[in-house]
Design a protein around this ligand. Structure first.
Ligand code: DCP
Length: 150
């Protein structure tokens, strides 16, 4: 809406002011392959340890969200991925705003590995409900289910 009224440049500035004011953007990644999504089990903080998430992390200053997705998954999973669009709406979290992006493995990428997580697991639509997801990620499960099919 803001973009429509003020134009793309003004909306971009407003977004930067928001980020500067403390509305940190965290990207979460729905890495999809063959009807399954990669779920990752957190090790920290204690309150979230053992619970499952879509991997990701904070967007750095001046970094695009697509670039943050690729960087975070390289760091956390050793995988080479390309972001390919948003999934669901912005989700409020303690740290700021969580935005879920879809992504795919680039051809030739290493298999994702739990470099910073307790475990990683490919889950299909039926398997989504069996994991203990962190609260914010739980909100995107219906959209994710639709992407994965049944
Ligand atoms: N988060 C979430 N769901 C996800 C990913 C993250 O709710 N799928 C939340 C958990 C944290 C915050 O976002 O409160 C930041 O996530 P991480 O700690 O994984 O990200 P960073 O390591 O980049 O954070 P930091 O800025 O603390 O280094």
């Amino acid at each position: 809406l803001l973009r429509g009224v003020l134009g793309a440049r003004a909306a971009e500035l407003a977004e930067r002011v928001g980020v500067a004011a403390g509305a940190r953007i965290v990207v979460a990644t729905a890495l999809v392959r063959d009807g399954r999504v990669l779920a990752a089990q957190r090790t920290r903080p204690a309150a979230l340890a053992g619970r499952w998430e879509l991997p990701g992390g904070s967007v750095e200053t001046g970094e695009s969200e697509d670039a943050a997705v690729a960087r975070e998954l390289r760091e956390e999973l050793g995988a080479d991925v390309v972001a390919c669009g948003r999934l669901g709406t912005d989700l409020p979290i303690d740290a700021g705003l969580l935005r879920v992006h879809l992504a795919r493995l680039r051809p030739g990428s290493a298999e994702p590995a739990a470099l910073e997580h307790a475990a990683v697991r490919w889950v299909d639509a039926a398997g989504l409900a069996t994991l203990d997801w962190v609260d914010a990620d739980r909100a995107v499960l219906p959209d994710l289910c639709a992407v994965l099919g049944t």
